[in-house]
Design a protein around this ligand. Sequence first.
Ligand code: ATP
Ligand code: MG
Length: 384
Amino acid sequence: MTLGILGGGQLGWMLGVAARRLGIDCVFLDPAEACTADLVGERIRADYDDPDALAELARRCDVITYEFENVPATAAASLARTVPVRPGWNSLETSQDRLVEKNFLIDHGVPVPPFRAVDDVASLRAAVTEIGTPAILKTRRGGYDGKGQFVLRDPEAASDAIDAIEARPAILEAMIDFDLEASVLVVRGVDGTTKAWTPIRNHHAEGILRRSECPAPGVSPRAGSAMMDHAIRIAEALDHVGVLTVEFFVTGDEVLANELAPRVHNSGHLTIEFSETDQFENHVRAVTGRDLGPTDARHGHGIMLNAIGDSPSPQALAEARVATVDAMGVVAADGNPDDDAVYHGYRKTPRVARKVGHLTITDDAIDPTRSDALASMVPGAVVD
Ligand code: ATP
Ligand code: MG
């Protein structure tokens, strides 16, 4: 069995680690010069819409998946002619465009923040009159880590806002004064079986995820079960196969869906240590037609800290008794496998705002002194 993966970043790498553990080979497609996923599989280095590269990938693989949702429609269609692409086109089409996504969510009974479609300064002015300020202008396509967004505080700034997003088709969304953010990951198999992980609480700064925690502190049982029900309903409505992530804004018992990702997700990295079966393994199990593994927790408490812009110092990690994973995602022999903390380095060249690794802490109940000390050595995990 060979699994083709579009995208060779850290998500591709962690998918490859899980696949290799299950005895599945991976072939990646990615145009970059160097990729984290090169550690775990062969790669075709070409653009995602290169017809020869797509033909080669389809020929070499039994099934294709992806680490990002912006797979070009032409690529998905050409692959799908000869090999299953999972999750399928429904999931991609819905999650690639924020307007399509929001309308889909409403049609399936999932509440979302108030929004309006915006195409130019005139439609933005009209939208501001209805939505009010503050509001966020978001491009319909292509955004990630808060890119392609403009916070509109003053209706007079409409024309600046349109310039800031280069006049691309967009939506204007009300700024929600939520209590907290959470995500729910679900996985759905080829046979329609679904499993969900417990909701995860997420802390963002400047549009970038910094820290995730499970069980999610501050999430009421009602809000938690509403989010899990919504996520499972969405996966079923999309006829999704694989992991699906739904991000939510939570205020008391009320939940509003922010966005979908038809894939494994940064907020689910803690499942590697925290859960019986992690998001990567269950995604690979689902897309290759295998039975899904249990999603139950193995620990009382898990926290993940993103390293952004730079890596923590290896010496500081060693002194704090943090284990590190090797190229195959295995806790290195020099680390203590029983340790409560593991650092996953992505072997990427540091760059401003770039995610270069993550550190996961698991325990029955994590001592805040311990998590604060570790957070202080992970660049980007704490924002003043
Ligand atoms: P990613 O793909 O990295 O999750 P993104 O660029 O697709 O991010 P969003 O998820 O839409 O963008 O927004 C990023 C973050 O900005 C959110 O997690 C939240 O913290 C904040 N944000 C976005 N929309 C709103 C909103 N309507 N009200 C309040 N905060 C918001
Ligand atoms: Mg998001």
